[in-house]
Design a protein around this ligand. Sequence first.
Ligand SMILES: Cc1ncc(COP(=O)(O)OP(=O)(O)O)c(N)n1
Ligand SMILES: Cc1nc(C(=O)O)sc1CCOP(=O)(O)O
Ligand SMILES: [Mg+2]
Length: 211
Amino acid sequence: MNNPRFPYKLYLVVSEANCKLGMLKVVEEAILGGVDMVQLREKHLNTEDYLRSARRLKTLTDSYNIPLVINDNLQVAQQVNSFGIHVGCNDIPPTVIRKTWHSWQSIGYSVEYLHQLQTEEAATADYLAVSPVFDTPTKTDTVNSWGLKGIETIRQLTTKPLIAIGGIGTGNVREVMNAGADCIAVISAICSAEDPQKAAYQLKEAIIKPK
Ligand SMILES: Cc1ncc(COP(=O)(O)OP(=O)(O)O)c(N)n1
Ligand SMILES: Cc1nc(C(=O)O)sc1CCOP(=O)(O)O
Ligand SMILES: [Mg+2]
């Protein structure tokens, strides 16, 4: 589905620790390869260090006109004036973020349980993450892997843009799109690649090629 409000197809989630070649290098290569949205996800930095890293990354993403999303930390997101923030069930709720967030700024919300789709939090979010599609060693504190059937089920229940995340690479990206995802989010498929530009290019080709 092509959604004019959410034209992004390949979404890279990064942290310094996940990028052996260095975060800024990986992000720049990935953008050149076709990534069209980037999230900074630092789970272990204090706000001051998170902010420093976010500012450096924002300078890079701005230079390519690529939207930057901050994971979890509203203070950092506000201070760098990011395009978006991404939160899950145990984070600041979207309804609370929306009170201080500009209307042009985006809120992503992870869906781990079907009942979340009926909540004000899901209604407030601009896009929903199918969290996770497949089990992944990159994030293990998850409750349920949705699989392709889960994407199909969620697709029937919402018109919001759906981001598929968790265990996705070139081998399964096409079937994830065919199940109803609008966008693919990855960490290791790009951050652990020897050539992040090529990895991003191959993922993007698989996403945009005709079904
Ligand atoms: C695009 C995207 N989707 C899902 C997540 C996971 O968010 P959350 O459930 O809050 O878990 P943490 O990332 O905070 O560990 C995400 N970050 N990005
Ligand atoms: C950041 C994140 N969130 C997930 C979720 O299920 O909400 S899975 C995940 C990690 C995705 O890494 P990889 O592409 O290496 O599997
Ligand atoms: Mg979170």
